[in-house]
Design a protein around this ligand. Structure first.
Ligand SMILES: [Zn+2]
Ligand SMILES: [Zn+2]
Length: 284
């Protein structure tokens, strides 16, 4: 079976993957693994996070964020190294000529940061822009990740706020083509106190968010970090016509993680590949 492109992959040029000394050649090792496992194509979608009001509770950040947290509790990320990234992409294309290597970004909150991103987006160097909703309004003009918000607010309120923000992001930006990991807030769902996450409790919210994404003509990413059958099922119900596959790998080992199961699931709901491996699959 020929796998679709992994359209959500990070290299050392993503701030949350590049801080370890061992990750200096992460892009190269990821390409080498793609060739080894027969993956025909991948898209390096590096984080483009331009947040200037990102709050993290003390003790809440992971070791990648830790080095970017200032004493005032705000996360301040270094600028994205566009030229270093592009030369690394070129070197990999030269070393792995049979692998299709595309350029992409995972743009956080594009509806808030579109103008600030203009220099990168207008460079003409980016094949694919994934739009991600990682942060929501917190307090005093600050924004925070769901993981932080779950400590301060009822869990259901955080989930509803996330789903309510999706149409605002979709309507508020033209620069992204794919909506990523719609289950992002579920990743940090506090199941210890709330019990296992039940999507049916939030079904109207997910369906409404999917309607907005579908109406805008965008693709929805099937993020294979976790596979949920209700995502492609509800997406097809709500008018969604295109999907991409993304492992969200930050290490070579997770490249194309879960892809055979995801492919089987999407085929079940009627989605079929395009002519190139990086083309979104569409509902026929
Ligand atoms: Zn993300
Ligand atoms: Zn990602």
């Amino acid at each position: 079976m020929s796998l679709p492109a992994d359209a959500h992959v990070h290299s050392q040029f993503s701030w949350d993957a590049g801080s370890d000394p061992a990750s200096v050649d992460l892009m190269r090792r990821t390409c080498a693994r793609a060739v080894r496992i027969g993956l025909p194509a991948l898209v390096f979608t590096e984080h483009l996070d331009l947040e200037d009001a990102w709050w993290v509770d003390a003790g809440d950040f992971d070791h990648h964020e830790e080095k970017y947290v200032d004493p005032d509790g705000m996360v301040r990320l270094p600028p994205f190294d566009l030229s270093g990234w592009l030369s690394s992409i070129e070197a990999c294309r030269h070393e792995f000529p049979d692998l299709r290597i595309l350029t992409g970004l995972e743009f956080g909150q594009p509806h808030l940061w579109e103008s600030a991103a203009a220099s990168v987006l207008d460079s003409g160097a980016v094949d694919r822009v994934n739009g991600s909703l990682h942060m929501l309004p917190f307090r005093d003009g600050l924004r925070a990740e769901p993981m932080t918000l779950f400590r301060h607010r009822p869990a259901a309120d955080v989930l509803w706020a996330y789903l309510d923000e999706v149409p605002r992001m979709v309507d508020g930006s033209d620069v992204f083509e794919v909506f990523t990991h719609i289950d992002y807030a579920v990743r940090s769902w506090p199941s210890e106190t709330e019990g296992p996450f039940d999507p049916r409790v939030f079904e109207d919210g997910f369906r409404g968010a999917m309607q907005a994404i579908a109406r805008s003509g965008r693709a929805l990413e099937m993020n294979t970090r976790r596979l949920w059958s209700w995502i492609p099922e509800w997406w097809a119900d709500e008018g969604g016509r295109a999907v991409t596959f993304g492992s969200d790998a930050h290490t070579p080992e997770l490249l194309a993680h879960g892809f055979p199961e995801a492919v089987a699931m999407l085929e079940h709901y009627g989605f079929r590949p395009g002519s190139r491996p990086e083309d979104p699959w569409t509902l026929r």
